[in-house]
Design a protein. Structure first.
Lengths: 402, 275
């Protein structure tokens, strides 16, 4: 990596400083190397990107709009707040940007079966969607805890023809769904392509998922230049594994005037120990193919995460975020369940946009900082998903019986 | 590298013209005390090599039986320090049987690789098998472990092609562990013919002894492998034997007895396989 750039990583073995890498079983290693070859080839092939962008335009509905949240801006009384509206994408979140890219890679590799893990169900739905589109069988692993709290998405995946396998091991949420997907992959390595849902996993996943999601930041930059005539002052996104955040952040990493903030889930509060804030509350370790910040005990055992948002309920974070945190280029903060719920309600009432609980965490942080900022301060927040999937969870949290 | 307990054991087995039995149990299953007894009893029950699983919350390459075994151990308070202590206890009774630690990297990384290697060597560990450290990540632990005098036991799998094998075999010592299936522990076994040709292929690339594992659960299967490999690894079957001895989730003497009885039976079949 050159000294004067934050955007050149990873090196050819997938390292961002000490983070990243390829910590997988030998059985998977030849395939992981194969995937890297396919990806490096595709990446330099204009025809690949042409297909990617054509699907982006006609299937996903890109570019997603940049929206000035006027009432929210007035309500908070400070900075000008823009939403990058990836919640308007086909299937309702940013996840589809990545699954479209990965299914094209799977086809290049001649794979005949697709697997995925999912937490909120958005990545599962986005994977099931592209599998329907390309006529490939799809198995999605989902923890039983998430099957309960994201029931609408389970049915959506089934409607799309995917098989949803309920995972009962461990904490029964995203981390365990990932373990089960890895076990499936090891077993069916010849036929199967694993579409990972975030900027984590063994190299080249963190890199390729970032490249598929970076469309968010590139569009946002051009759109902000068009309406504001300049770069934003602050950009903000929520972090589960970190894909929507990396998608927004990456094109801005070398714009030093832009302040970048990632918002992790603080669950019931960092001090309670029941949270999902890997950078704020974790330390470096190795899990799911890469070195990164992890929630773990003194013995290196992984601690279950907690968040009201199933999509943020993961004890790790993508390795590039870990590196950016150490470099100090991106600030990582956190928002609690209650703060996210408050943001969820406010956004629904003021803007007529029901956000997913994940970006509600980003919004909760925007609500904390915007009032004290001057009126010409421009914030762009990634509204990376819509909240239809969360209405049952929110109703329950607010004591409403649907 | 000087001769290790593993080298001596395989030389011994070669003289006896028989394959060895490598018995895998999880450290701390069903609890630290019973686990120490089980491990210490394995040599007398016929285990030629002891593999001790270092329990981890997220054992990505393991099936339900070893997952449950790891969970029991962790619930009973097992830690990496505790695992090393079990080795130390076993060494009081037996100074010849090789002991290999097997598991995932994070607990070791968290312990500190330098401190871990020092304590493991001091306790009498002979080799390491790390599921999630492929040869691409050799700088992490493999090279320092070899430096510390431990054998680095490499996993080769059906997907390890001939182009890749030399890389995989570099820095390998002690023996090579052939994972007979693409998959997780405790599921189906590959056919003997497939395994035989895979072992042949490995032998063309290395002089190291070859152990075969994954999916071998009884004496008959073990005997079949014992005719083609230098050692047979049995794991899930022992962990299941421990589970079968639980009383309402609690460890009992039967956990230890079940596993040792099974070890005797499988060892018997392995010993007479080439007779
Ligand atoms: C809408 C939404 N946002 C964010 C996330 C978290 O993932 P990431 O941090 O990779 O964007 C999810 C995951 O399911 C999601 O559905």
């Amino acid at each position: 990596m050159t000294d004067n750039s934050y955007s050149q990583g990873p090196d050819q073995d997938g390292h961002f400083g000490i983070y990243g890498g390829r910590y997988v079983a030998e059985t998977l290693m030849p395939l992981v190397l194969d995937l890297d070859r396919t990806w490096q080839e595709a990446r330099g092939d204009p025809a690949f990107w042409e297909e990617f962008h054509s699907l982006g335009k006609d299937y996903i509905g890109r570019p997603s709009p940049l929206y000035f949240a006027e009432r929210l801006t007035r309500h908070l009384g400070g900075a000008r707040i823009y939403f990058k509206r990836d919640e308007l994408n086909h299937t309702g979140s940013h996840k589809i940007n990545n699954t479209v890219g990965q299914i094209l890679l799977a086809r290049r590799m001649g794979k005949t079966r697709i697997i995925a893990e999912t937490g909120a169900g958005q990545h599962g739905v986005a994977t099931a969607t592209v599998c329907a589109r390309y006529d490939l069988p799809c198995v999605v692993y989902m923890g039983t805890k998430d099957v309960e709290r994201q029931a609408p998405n389970v049915y959506r995946m089934e409607l799309l023809g995917a098989e949803v396998r309920h995972v009962t091991s461990g904490s029964r949420s995203l981390k365990d769904a990932l373990n089960e997907a890895l076990r499936d992959w090891v077993t069916n390595v010849e036929s199967t392509f694993y579409i990972i849902g975030t900027v984590a996993g063994p190299h080249p996943y963190p890199e390729l998922v970032r490249e598929f999601q970076a469309i968010i930041g590139r569009e946002a930059k051009a759109q902000l230049m068009a309406v504001e005539g300049r770069l934003p002052d602050t950009i903000v996104a929520c972090i589960g594994g970190g894909s929507n955040a990396m998608g927004l952040f990456h094109p801005f990493l070398d714009d030093r005037t832009v302040e970048i903030i990632g918002v992790e889930a603080a669950g019931r509060g960092i001090k309670s120990g029941e949270h999902a804030a890997s950078i704020t509350g974790g330390r470096p370790g190795v899990l799911h193919g890469n070195r990164t910040y992890l929630l773990q005990d003194d013995d290196g055992q992984i601690i279950e995460a907690h968040s009201i948002s199933a999509g943020l309920d993961y004890p790790g974070i993508g390795p590039e975020h870990a590196w950016l945190a150490d470099q100090g280029r991106v600030s990582y903060v956190s928002a609690t369940d209650d703060e996210a719920l408050e943001a969820f309600r406010l956004c629904s009432r003021l803007e007529g946009i029901i956000p997913a609980l994940e970006p509600a965490h980003a919004l909760a942080h925007v609500m904390k900082i915007a009032p004290a900022l001057p009126n010409d301060h421009v914030i762009c927040m990634n509204m990376c998903g819509r909240g239809d999937k969360d209405v049952f969870t929110v109703a329950q949290a607010l004591g409403v019986n649907l | 590298m000087s001769e290790t307990r593993i080298d001596r054991r395989f030389a011994d087995l070669a003289r006896q013209r028989r394959a060895g039995l490598a018995a895998f149990v999880t450290a701390g299953d069903p609890d630290p005390h019973l686990s120490a007894r089980l491990v210490s009893g394995l040599p007398e029950a016929g285990a030629d090599i002891i593999e001790i699983g270092m329990p981890f919350t997220d054992p990505m390459a393991d099936g339900p039986v070893i997952q449950a075994s790891s969970q029991r151990a962790l619930k009973a308070g097992m830690t990496l320090t505790g695992t090393i202590d079990i080795v130390r206890q076993a060494r009081r009774h037996d100074d010849d049987t090789p002991i290999v630690l097997m598991g995932y990297y994070n607990p070791i990384y968290s312990y500190g690789t330098g401190a871990f290697l020092r304590d493991a060597v001091d306790a009498g560990v002979d080799g390491l098998i790390l599921v999630d450290l492929p040869s691409e990540e050799d700088r992490e632990l493999c090279l320092p472990a070899v430096e510390a005098g431990l054998n680095w036991i490499r996993l080769a799998t059906p997907t390890t092609d001939s182009k890749r094998l030399p890389n995989v075999l570099s820095h390998a010592s002690g023996f090579v562990y052939y994972v007979s299936i693409t998959g997780i522990t405790g599921t189906h076994a590959a056919t003997r013919q497939t395994i035989a040709s895979a072992v042949d292929r490995l032998r063309r690339h290395t002089d190291l002894p070859v152990a075969v594992g994954f999916g071998i659960r009884n004496g008959e299967q073990a005997a079949g492998i014992a005719r083609i490999a230098d050692a047979v690894v049995v794991g899930s079957a022992f962990c299941q034997a421990v589970a079968d001895g639980l009383d309402d989730g609690k460890g009992t003497d039967s956990c230890v007895d079940n596993a040792l009885t099974l070890c005797e039976a499988i060892s018997h079949d392995v010993r007479k396989a080439r007779a």
